[in-house]
Design a binder for this molecule. Structure first.
Ligand code: HEM
Length: 458
């Protein structure tokens, strides 16, 4: 029997899947032009899902009682990367408990303590660049964000084990760095281990090696009877459920993998886009420098409040969605959204891309205009780069802090330029959307007058 979901493309389900893997943003845009703000994709491998591209629909979804949806179930596709004991996959009480447990590692004091190391990590990465050297923005931002997340998840990250995790994680995620190479994440018949040099074999190898290192770390921590710290691993290891049971090693490893994976890819991509837009627009660079140069010393907690820097980061997050749609919400009861009566078990997928690119909310949406965030306040349904309701990104505060501090540290201290004036397009990279080619930059030189200020990073 045919479902009664809103209309959408009637091309074959395999073709809809190919287009979704190949270019999910253009595909959504075309569908909105044809079918309006609410339409249904029917793709091979997924149940049908209804895309919502209007702030009203997003409001109606985010304002529902969280218990009216399952979300973890719709994320089953990431299981192959992060394991079955991941926050991404939980629903209900277990999900709520896990979030509550991890929250302190990503907020308040723990976050303020990270500010100093974020600046240091950014600067020590940049200090290795030579004048005239070409660097790939997406690669260097990934080095920075990986180092930061290792700090937040494991506390002060020193030592050999972390040095081993870094390239393994990068290698694992680089396997799906193009639409074609992302296909096997969606098609399980391609998930074949034909040895280390096959894409799936390589992912499996990296994952197993990372899990071995995580196991060693867990065992070493157990052997210390240190005071509880606020890093994510310490919080998880000290937690007990109502029955007094601690998390098992398998649960700990999957959650660590989730945090490492979610916590660095996304922020690295956003930082790379930020460098691209800032360097492409000399007037933005000039305004940003003026604001940064005039802030006395380089105080991290003041830097993050600078209005223009803030507007630049917000505009980057608006223009470039990190994922094509937020986590789909599966209705557990019948409900009315945007005038449609949806039965239970409908997958509703708010699209930040469609909402953030609406002409009526963001005039000339394809243009990079940080000023729009100085001139107007947007609601949580008009602007939601970190999703919303009970699934809102756990690391949003860390990502926002990190973006501002890394940009401030590098833009105020170093001269960079784009290696090419060509337009860089968003391209699928696994489950995320990333700049095609990674954005090559040229490191010009240090800005001499800033050397003194940056020695005083507080
Ligand atoms: C600029 C960087 C980032 C962006 C744009 C981003 C965006 C998102 C989005 C859109 C979601 C889905 C929310 C929803 O469906 O309502 C999400 C979930 C999540 N993010 Fe992020 N994220 C970023 C950085 C981070 C960082 C640094 C961490 C740190 C660990 C993190 C951890 C997570 C986790 C654990 C979830 C799942 C939350 C849940 O299911 O309850 N993210 N993120």
């Amino acid at each position: 029997m045919k479902d009664k979901l809103p209309i959408g493309p009637n091309s074959p389900d395999w073709w809809q899947l190919i287009r979704w893997i190949q270019d999910p943003l253009t595909y959504q845009k075309e569908c909105r032009q044809k079918y309006g703000d609410v339409f249904t994709f029917r793709m091979k491998v997924f149940p049908p899902f209804v895309v919502i591209g209007s702030p009203l629909g997003v409001k109606e979804i985010f304002s529902q009682d969280a218990d009216n949806f399952d979300v973890g179930r719709s994320n089953y596709i990431v299981k192959s990367l992060v394991g079955e004991n991941s926050l991404f996959l939980y629903d209900g009480e277990r999900h709520q408990r896990e979030r509550k447990l991890l929250m302190p590692a990503f907020h308040g004091n723990a976050l303020h303590k990270s500010a100093e190391s974020i600046c240091e990590i950014a600067i020590s990465t940049a200090e290795q660049w030579q004048e005239g050297q070409q660097i790939i923005a997406r690669k260097v931002t990934q080095e920075i964000t990986l180092e930061v997340i290792l700090n937040v998840v494991f506390g002060i990250s020193q030592g050999e084990r972390y040095q081993k995790i870094k390239p393994l994680l990068a290698q694992m995620l680089d396997v799906s760095d193009s639409p074609l190479r992302s296909s096997f994440l969606f098609l399980d018949f391609l998930q074949q281990d034909w040895g280390r040099w096959s894409p799936w074999g390589n992912i499996k190898y990296c994952k197993e090696e990372i899990y071995k290192l995580l196991q060693e770390e867990i065992e070493q921590r157990r052997s210390f009877s240190e005071a509880i710290a606020n890093d994510a691993l310490s919080l998880m290891m000290s937690a007990k459920d109502e029955a007094g049971n601690s998390m098992t090693d398998a649960e700990l490893k999957d959650e660590l993998m989730t945090l490492l994976f979610a916590g660095h890819e996304t922020t690295a991509t956003m930082l790379a886009w930020a460098f691209y837009e800032i360097l492409k627009h000399p007037s933005v660079l000039e305004k940003l420098r003026k604001e940064l140069d005039s802030s006395v010393n380089f105080e991290a907690l003041k830097i993050i409040k600078l209005p223009y820097l803030n507007a630049v980061c917000q505009e980057v997050l608006r223009k470039y969605p990190v994922i094509p749609i937020i986590f789909p919400r599966i209705t557990k009861i019948p409900m009315k959204i945007m005038g449609y009566d949806f039965p239970a078990e409908t997958m509703l997928a708010p699209s930040m891309y469609l909402v953030h690119h609406r002409e009526d909310l963001y005039p000339e949406p394809e243009k990079f205009k940080p000023e729009r965030f100085l001139e107007r306040q947007y609601s949580a349904y008009e602007y939601f780069p970190f999703g919303g309701s009970n699934r809102r990104c756990l690391g949003a505060a860390l990502a926002e802090l990190e973006m501002r501090l890394v940009l401030a540290a590098i833009i105020s201290k170093y001269e960079l330029s784009l290696a090419s004036q060509q337009i860089v397009k968003p391209q699928r990279r696994g489950f995320t959307i990333s700049p095609a080619g990674g954005i090559p930059l040229i490191f010009q030189r240090k800005r001499p007058n800033m050397a003194q200020q940056l020695q005083n990073v507080h």
